[in-house]
Structure formats: C-alpha cells, structure tokens
Write a protein that binds this ligand. Structure first.
Ligand code: SF4
Length: 419
C-alpha cells in the first residue's frame, strides 16, 4: 500500500534491522560477550557501585568528556586524579579554572575541562545540584553536552533505553548493514541514530551501549577487524558479502538492489573486494588543517637560588588553549623572512620585559611542530638569557617566572612542553 503523503521513505531492507528475532539474538550475543570480555575501567566501577544517581551521572559525565578524542589508556590516570580531587559536582563547581587547566594539562582539547566546570556550576546554582534525569534534558540543559554524551549518561547512569552513536558505533553499524554512503552526512547520521535506538537492549541499555562501543574499540577496529572473534559476526552483512560476494546478482551500481540507494556506496566508488569489510564506513575527505607559524621565546633568568627561571604568560580566556600558560609567543604572517620575524618577536618581547630587546640577541633554537585537531602549527623557538635583576611590570600580568619543575606543574599545553 502507498505510504501517506509526507512519510519519509524507509531505507531499503538490507540496511535495516527489521526482524525482532535477529535483534534479540544480536543483543544477547553482544551482552554475553561484554560480560566475558569487558575491560575493567574506573568509571565502569563507579557507575556500577555508586548508589547516588547524581554522583553516578557525574562520574559517567566526566569519563565521557575525557574520552572524547582521547585514548582510554591515557584517560584512566587523569580520571582517577580528577575524581579524587573533585568527587562531586559541588566540589567541581568550587574549583578555579586554573586548577582545572592544571589537572587537564596534557590531555588536549582544553575547552572540554573548562566547559565541564562551567556546566557543574550551572547544575549547582540553577538546578539545585540535581543532574537532569533524561537524555533530552541533559542535552537541553547542560552546556557542552551533545546528543551522544547525553545518551551515554542517561543509559549508563539511569538505565534509560536510549541509543548512542559515536565513531566506534558508526563503524560497527555501517559494517553490520553495509552502509557505504558518507557516514558523516546528516542523512546517514539520522539513520544510524534510528538504528542505535531500535537496537539498544531494553533492560540493560547502558551495558549494551558500552558493549557496542567496546566492540568497535577492540574487535571491529578500523584497519584489521578481528571478524573471526566477533560475537555478532552472524549478523554482519559486510562479512557475509566478503565471504560470499554480492548477495544477489544485481546491476553494478545497485548494491542493495534499490537504484540510487541513499545508504549504499556511491556509484563512483563501488565495493572494492581487496578491502573486504573495511569498505565500510566511508567518509567524505577531511578538510586539510590550516598551516600556522608562531614565534616563541624562552626568556631565562637566574632565580634567587641560582637555578634558572623561565617567563610564562597566560593566554586569553577564550579561543584556542584558553587560559593556558605559554612562553611569550607571537603568531607569524606566512612567508615572513627570518630577520623580520626576529624583529617582530623582539618588539613583542619588549612589551613583556618592559625594556628594549635587541633582535640580534635572540638565539634560534629550532622548530617544533604540533598538530592540533585543525591546525598544523610550527613553533619557531628562540631563547634569550636575561640578567637576574629583571622584574616585570605588574600591569603586564598575568605572567610569572617559574623553575623547570614549576613549569611542568603549571597549566601548560603539550605543545609548550615540547618547546
Ligand atoms: Fe565488524 Fe567483522 Fe564483526 Fe562485522 S564481523 S561487526 S566487520 S568485526
């Protein structure tokens, strides 16, 4: 029968989970595997043992923010220190941004820590310290909490039967259902959310979501997935296709038998048999990162006990690396000659030291490359030794002299540590 006008066309059956028996089997297989093989992680222990719902949600929230863009093994240590220092929302709400940045130093994407702290303040001051209790409210009321994080907190902390879609889930679902259209496009993203919501186990949603992500992180990995060990291999259409070729004899471009299918690989990039299951997922080419150069100077003086001290200054409170400390630095125009960049840096340093700086006195040390998510940054590093009597104009704060040890304990970025 024809669908009523305005109803979106459902995707072709090969890209869906429509058989309730298959959905039930997939849930059971995945959860049994998770119970056997899951990694012991501190936030999982807290989510399973903490009786207070607000504390539980907070513990999951912190882990989810730290895990965005960062490997599990790196996060564990940061997470433990964070939860020791700020075990509750109330404790975090009272922290200063400086303390947050210090603890976050080295974890990257610093605005995450800042936003987490701002959101904690909001929960304490505007929501009476009570975390919103559904994914919808978490996303609506907490700054920095998007659809994924809201779904993760609600399913893991409160048992709400709501799905999640992150990079790992995208990969697994695209392979399970041979989705080869651009996985970052809104049309495909919507389908993946629908699928995650349909699949999530109704009685153990938090475990199911974590299991799906764990599968993507440890078995259905990007380059060489371990299909032989996969607990859901009998539900995987990409694997079936790899083993048996095309499911039915179909015209070249019509992988699922439906012409112009919005979820199949584009006709210009059909299934490549040398890639096997890693044909999926596919993404539009990434934008090239912006290339930037920055001159930076390590100003050094003898401290009162003879040990060297270095000048660090604070970055503005918004933008890249907001509020972090660095050696005095100056973004350079592209193609600036060495001599000119020295002069520009000397000028810039005069503002910090309150005295003229001779460009020729700057010693070139080398170049340091650091890749931020969207910037390919080169630091051109100079050093300049100063007499012991240098004092700074307090009007030029925030700046301070630190020993090497103090430098490493300060809120400085990984890029500055490299410098
Ligand atoms: Fe991923 Fe292979 Fe499992 Fe399919 S069978 S879900 S491709 S690991």
């Amino acid at each position: 029968a024809a669908l009523p006008a305005g109803t979106p066309t459902p995707p072709p059956a090969p890209h869906l989970f429509s058989d309730p028996a298959e959905i039930g089997a997939l849930r059971r297989n995945l959860l049994a595997w998770y119970d056997r093989c899951k990694r012991d992680l501190p936030w999982r222990t807290l989510a399973a043992t903490e009786p207070d719902a607000d504390r539980r949600a907070y513990a999951v929230w912190v882990s989810e923010i730290m895990l965005q863009q960062t490997q599990v093994t790196t996060v564990i240590d940061y997470y433990s220190r964070w939860m020791q220092k700020w075990p509750t929302l109330q404790a975090l709400a009272q922290a200063s941004l400086e303390e947050v940045n210090e603890l976050w130093a080295g974890l990257g994407y610093y605005s995450r820590g800042k936003r987490l702290q701002e959101a904690a303040k909001k929960v304490v001051s505007e929501l009476a310290g009570r975390m919103p209790r559904t994914a919808e409210d978490l996303q609506k009321l907490l700054p920095g909490v998007g659809r994924y994080t809201a779904g993760a907190i609600a399913s893991i902390s409160y048992g709400q039967a709501t799905g999640v879609v992150d990079g790992n889930v995208i990969r697994v679902l695209c392979r399970l259902r041979c989705i080869g259209a651009d996985s970052s496009s809104p049309a495909v993203t919507d389908r993946l959310w629908d699928m995650a919501n349909a699949l999530v186990d109704r009685s153990r949603p938090g475990d199911f979501n974590q299991a799906l992500m764990e599968l993507g992180a440890t078995v259905c990995v990007p380059k060489a997935p371990l299909c032989g060990e996969c607990p859901v291999k009998q539900h995987c259409r990409a694997r079936r296709r790899k083993l048996f070729g095309k499911p039915t004899p179909v015209p070249d471009v019509e992988d699922c038998g439906v012409g112009g299918c919005p979820l199949c690989p584009p006709a210009t990039e059909p299934w490549d048999s040398s890639l096997g299951v890693t044909n999926f997922p596919r993404k539009a080419a990434k934008k090239q990162p912006r290339v930037a150069r920055t001159a930076t100077c390590v100003l050094e003086r003898r401290g009162c006990h003879g040990a060297p001290e270095y000048l660090i200054v604070q970055r503005p409170s918004s933008g890249l690396l907001a509020g972090l400390w660095e050696f005095p630095s100056l973004p350079l125009d592209q193609g600036l000659q060495e001599e000119k960049q020295r002069e520009a840096l000397a000028d810039h340093l005069r503002a910090w030291t309150g005295r003229p700086v001779v460009a020729g006195g700057l010693r070139f040390i080398g170049e340091v490359v650091h890749i931020f998510s969207h910037i390919h940054q080169t630091y051109v590093v100079y050093s300049l030794p100063l007499g012991a009597d240098v004092t700074l104009d307090p009007a030029l704060s925030p700046s301070r002299w630190v020993t090497e040890e103090e430098f490493h304990a300060s809120a400085v970025s990984t890029a500055m540590k490299k410098v």
